[in-house]
Design a protein around this ligand. Structure first.
Ligand code: G1P
Length: 278
């Protein structure tokens, strides 16, 4: 039986210091692009890919995320029968389609550690990971759906990549490998946040992963790396050495909403889209 991917992890424990003071009392994932929180775009992308078991690796001061993915009886009662009901249709159908689980990352020990905390939700199945900061607009299909399709073909971990200018490699995990086809590279090397002179290429990992569950044991054995944190990039390099990891140049566009400039670009993009429909 082919293992189906149903589960998707959302590491959301980070502080979002780049958006202070906005993120002082509010999770950065709740910041809206026009009228929808970043985290809702991310969960919609997972649901579209058929990943409807949603697992948040969360932290202190993030309760608004749980409330967002639940019914708000008081609000629904208030707007029942008015035109405003329509604004909740998207989130309502998402809540009906998906299940939501939460586990906490107590200490900020890196993305690898956050994913390992999700093991209790994922178990022994392949799964997706979405970083809500990276807002992705796929062509035809969402980026995660594209990756799930590839997983069915290759049955190994897959990271989404895009080309970045040399002076930005220090913000990303950067890969190198053997070109399999136009959009696919079999990974042979990976470095977390290299300086331009140390970068093995200009192919940067963006916040979409499909991982096979053997990654959990590998993360457990992975020592802290860049910034003293347990890096998923380091664990994936180990996995690439013993098995297979693919990097996929996704079809679509990505906004780095973890930066103010990317956030504003995404806002303008969606605003123009909404205006065009009116
Ligand atoms: C994380 C990963 C990095 C990846 C990036 C994508 O870094 O560690 O490898 O390229 O996400 O957004 P962060 O942006 O959380 O520092």
């Amino acid at each position: 039986m082919e293992p189906m991917i149903k589960k998707c992890l959302f590491p959301v424990a980070g502080y979002g210091t780049r958006f202070l003071p906005a993120t002082k009392a509010m999770p950065k994932e709740i910041l809206p692009i026009v009228d929808k929180p970043l985290v809702q775009y991310a969960v919609e992308e997972a649901a579209e890919a058929g990943l409807t078991d949603i697992g948040f690796v969360t932290g202190r001061a993030k309760r608004a995320i749980e409330d967002h993915f639940d019914i708000s009886y008081e609000l629904e009662h208030q707007i029942a029968g008015t035109g405003k009901e329509q604004a909740l249709e998207g989130i309502r159908s998402l809540i009906e389609t998906c299940t939501f689980s939460y586990t906490r990352q107590m200490h900020m020990r890196g993305l690898g550690d956050a994913i390992l905390k999700g093991e209790t939700i994922v178990g022994d199945e392949p799964f997706g990971v979405v970083l809500a900061d990276d807002l992705c607009i796929g062509e035809e299909q969402g980026v995660l759906a594209q990756m799930v399709g590839l997983y069915r073909q290759y049955r190994c971990s897959i990271v989404a990549i895009e080309e970045v200018p040399a002076d930005q490699t220090h913000s990303y995990g950067v890969i190198d490998g053997e070109q399999i086809s136009d959009r696919l590279v079999r990974v042979t090397n990976m470095v977390e946040k290299p300086a331009p002179q140390d970068a093995p290429s200009n192919l940067a990992i963006i916040g979409r992963y499909v991982l096979t569950p053997d990654i959990f044991d590998i993360i457990r054995e992975t020592p802290p790396g860049r910034n003293g944190e347990v890096q998923i990039t380091d664990a994936l390099l180990q996995q690439a050495k013993s098995g297979c990891v693919m990097a996929y140049k996704f079809k679509g566009r990505r906004f780095d909403c973890g930066s103010v400039s990317g956030f504003v670009e995404a806002t303008n993009y969606y605003y123009d889209k909404i205006r065009a429909k009116q």
